[in-house]
Design a protein around this ligand. Structure first.
Ligand SMILES: *Cc1c(COP(=O)(O)O)cnc(C)c1O
Length: 412
């Protein structure tokens, strides 16, 4: 743990210690303890400071990293930076031994290299890249990238010929993912050989195969078919006389906090034994994003406005779909805000609407939601707000997502 607290990205931040709830914290919710911390943050802040904030619990990331190592001992995680690029998240994961998946290796955009992570621990897992970014990658020595089109092979040959390739294949359908990525990325089965040949002709080395079953996959059997399809691509490369592939990248899609992760790990371990058991030198990596970030962050948003219409209650809060709650639109997040003050049994509730702060009517957080009566100055708490939240917020209408304070905490 100490290594995490002194890691670049963490050590310059104030870290709030708090006591975690229960005696079996791993994958069990720590919600009451986080709620207590949120109350104390509010109580000790000046009224002028009281606006929406996030609490990032680094201990959660440590627990999840350990759980990953236990469940998938042969799969090194390369954290997908786009999910939550907070330097404390990146620094903690680097200290724990994670590599990183960056869609842009530029240190001003995804500051992994700036935290001292060696370029060899970065996979540039963006199948279609602007030329300037490829040239930047060449300059900093990020030498492993994904591709799924012939045009990309040509571009890499011109801009970064020392780069090794991972052929991104489209896994099987049916993962029932929250966010499907297969409509945009991944070579179809009949495109595998032509894409391998294109790399061969260009004199580029294909180091291996990658896939992504979709973010937040709920049917984890899809990993089985994807690993089998990856093996078929390994065999196709061997038949073309290409040098043996050495990397299998099982992508992301994992969800923490429930039984789904354990099931996904079992499916992957089983598929690796079955399809890659005879290739012990193949290095297996994954690109989890949501898994590490989602449950580590809690949002507290303040009620800044209220309207009573008969039995209906309408509230405005100081975060919304143009801010960190953009995950409602972009990531199919289902908000279930709870009043910070708690609810007592039998308390009267009202059918409530909660709006975000901007002047757009799309900026609506929940409708038809049963809640006790709230007042201006009260707070709502949103759990599981670490994945695809602040990373994709905007500055629309004068409300800047980066103004949302992030408190780094450590539960023990
Ligand atoms: C977004 C993304 C990830 C992370 O996906 P999660 O579902 O958050 O785990 C991994 N790899 C690639 C290439 C991605 O685009």
């Amino acid at each position: 743990m100490q290594a995490v607290l002194v890691a670049p990205g963490v050590k310059d931040r104030k870290v709030l210690a708090f006591k975690r709830g229960g005696d079996a914290p791993l994958l069990k919710d720590n919600k009451d303890a986080v709620t207590g911390l949120i109350r104390s943050i509010i109580a000790t802040s000046s009224p002028a400071q009281r606006s929406a904030f996030h609490v990032l619990d680094l201990a959660r990331i440590v627990d999840l990293y350990r759980a990953w190592r236990r469940a998938l001992p042969d799969v090194r995680p390369y954290y997908a930076v786009k999910c939550n690029p907070d330097p404390a998240v990146l620094g903690a994961l680097a200290a724990l031994g994670s590599g990183f998946d960056c869609a842009n290796p530029n240190i001003r955009r995804q500051p992994v290299l700036a935290l001292g992570v060696p370029a060899r621990d970065v996979v540039y897992a963006n199948p279609c890249k602007p030329e300037a970014h490829l040239e930047y990658a060449a300059g900093v020595g990020v030498n492993l990238t994904t591709y799924d089109s012939e045009a990309e092979v040509d571009k890499i040959r011109r801009c970064h010929p020392a780069c090794e390739l991972l052929l991104r294949i489209k896994g099987p359908e049916g993962g029932e993912a929250r966010v499907d990525l297969g409509t945009k990325y991944g070579a179809h089965a009949d495109e595998v050989v032509p894409l391998l040949r294109a790399a061969q002709r260009a004199g580029l080395r294909v180091a291996g195969v990658s896939f992504h079953v979709g973010s937040g996959a709920s049917r984890v059997d899809v990993y089985r078919g994807a690993v089998a399809a990856a093996r078929a691509a390994f065999d196709a490369a061997a038949e073309l006389g290409m040098p043996p592939m050495r990397v299998l990248d099982v992508g992301g899609g994992f969800v923490a906090g429930g039984p789904t992760f354990q099931k996904a790990a079992e499916v992957i371990n089983d598929a690796l034994a079955r399809h890659f058991g005879d290739l012990p030198c193949v290095e297996v990596i994954g690109e989890p994003g949501r898994y590490f970030a989602e449950t580590a962050v809690t949002l507290a948003a303040r009620v800044i406005g209220k309207r009573v219409r008969g039995e209906v209650r309408e509230y405005w809060i100081d975060d919304g779909v143009y801010g960190s709650l953009n995950c409602i639109l972009m990531d199919h997040y289902v908000p279930r805000p709870r009043p910070l003050a708690g609810t007592s049994p039998g308390e009267k509730t009202y059918t409530s609407t909660v709006f975000g702060p901007t002047c757009d009517s799309l900026d609506t957080v929940v409708t038809g939601y049963e809640m006790p009566e709230m007042n201006v100055g009260d707070w709502l708490v949103f759990d599981d707000m670490g994945a695809y939240t602040t990373a994709a917020g905007s500055k629309f209408n004068g409300f800047d997502t980066s103004d949302i304070n992030i408190y780094v905490a450590y539960s023990s």
